[in-house]
Design a protein around this ligand. Structure first.
Ligand code: NAD
Length: 319
């Protein structure tokens, strides 16, 4: 009886050990890894064998200031557990420096998790040009600079995994976050094109819209909800999407509290409001607006080519 139990336990643990998703030999850059979600990604990648560049500027929630201590503390924690990590204190807007740190320290870059982020929440009329630029710089330009520099190495190595961090605010809009929403949905478009350009080099790119307890959400969500939303719950999806055996690309996932769901585009069947040879009028739109917005027979275009072909088909068949 005991022997059977021991054999079963051994088999189960060896199955678990051999089937654990590992990242040995992989080099991961995690931006904004000094706190919150990024810290958790860094810890989990390192615990599964990856060499990690822990990037963090160490500024305030609105992006002001800088400090080395956030990145240093995470590197120390990883090393104390036997993992491999190096700190980088640049702003993501100097993304080529992050990639240089990865290449100088570990010889290559396989994974980039674009995670660094700040907030400058104000309603539209109160957003200064400085607030606008700061958000676009960190989220969009930072992701561009880091990913462009990394892509070159990934292309040469014929392997790469990108994650971009969007937000429900970007997808659905949110009062007081016009600047942040614009940047966050911009990242989804950016990721989709990287997915297309990277396909022939085994480079994938996916976007997440996370929900997690961090300094960005601590005063927005009630404490009992925050308890359910530890960053630990988001990290497994990010790690899964970055694994070498995961081929998923071009996805957008909402994720939080141990739940994740992919989003996709749905388009109304639509209506032709100006047939060839007929007058092109605003009234044509008015007369067909119900059809233009009718989702009873939706379509699900997955590429701009598919989208265009469906549109052309509808126009031609209406002639
Ligand atoms: P966080 O503030 O705990 O972590 C963000 C980290 O990014 C900080 O450590 C900060 O120092 C760093 N950072 C900021 N600007 C930087 C720069 N220019 N260069 C390098 N590092 C910089 O916040 P978080 O909640 O963990 O957010 C992580 C990402 O997830 C952000 O992009 C955020 O917009 C996004 N997000 C978070 C939530 C959520 O529920 N927490 C929701 C939607 C999106």
């Amino acid at each position: 009886m005991l022997k059977t139990f021991a054999r079963k336990a051994l088999t189960t643990s060896s199955v678990r050990a051999s089937s654990q998703l590992r990242y040995d030999g992989q080099v991961a850059i995690i931006t904004g890894a000094g706190a919150g979600l990024g810290k958790e990604y860094a810890l989990q990648f390192a615990s599964r064998g990856a060499s990690v560049v822990v990037n963090d500027l160490g500024g305030a929630r609105d992006g002001d200031g800088a400090s080395n201590s956030a990145a240093d503390a995470v590197v120390e924690l990883i090393k104390s557990k036997g993992g491999k990590a190096v700190a980088n204190y640049n702003s993501v807007t100097d993304g080529d420096e992050l990639v240089k740190t990865a290449v100088d320290s570990f010889g290559k870059v396989d994974i980039v998790v674009n995670n660094a982020g700040i907030l400058r929440d104000r309603s539209l009329l109160r957003i200064s040009e400085d607030d606008w630029n700061a958000i676009i710089d960190v989220h969009l330009t930072g992701a561009f600079k880091t990913s462009q520099a990394a892509f070159e190495h990934m292309k040469a190595n014929k392997f790469g995994r990108f994650i971009f961090t969007s937000s429900a605010a970007g997808i659905y809009g949110n009062f007081g976050q016009a600047n942040y929403s614009a940047a966050k949905l911009g990242l989804y478009g950016f990721s989709n094109t990287i997915a297309i350009e990277g396909a022939k080099y085994n480079i994938t790119s996916n976007t997440i819209a996370p929900l997690a307890a961090s300094r960005l959400t601590e005063d927005i969500l009630p404490p009992d909800i925050l308890d359910m939303l530890k960053p630990e719950y988001v990290a497994p999806l990010v790690l899964y999407l970055c694994h070498q055996d995961t081929s998923k690309t071009g996805g957008l996932f909402e994720v939080g509290g141990g739940w994740a769901g992919e989003l996709r585009r749905e388009r109304a069947k639509g209506a032709v409001y100006a047939k060839k040879g007929e007058e092109i009028t605003v009234e044509g739109v008015q007369a067909n607006f119900d059809g233009i917005t009718d989702f009873d027979e939706p379509t699900y275009p997955t590429s701009s080519m598919e989208s265009t072909m469906e549109m052309v088909d509808a126009i031609v068949s209406a002639e």
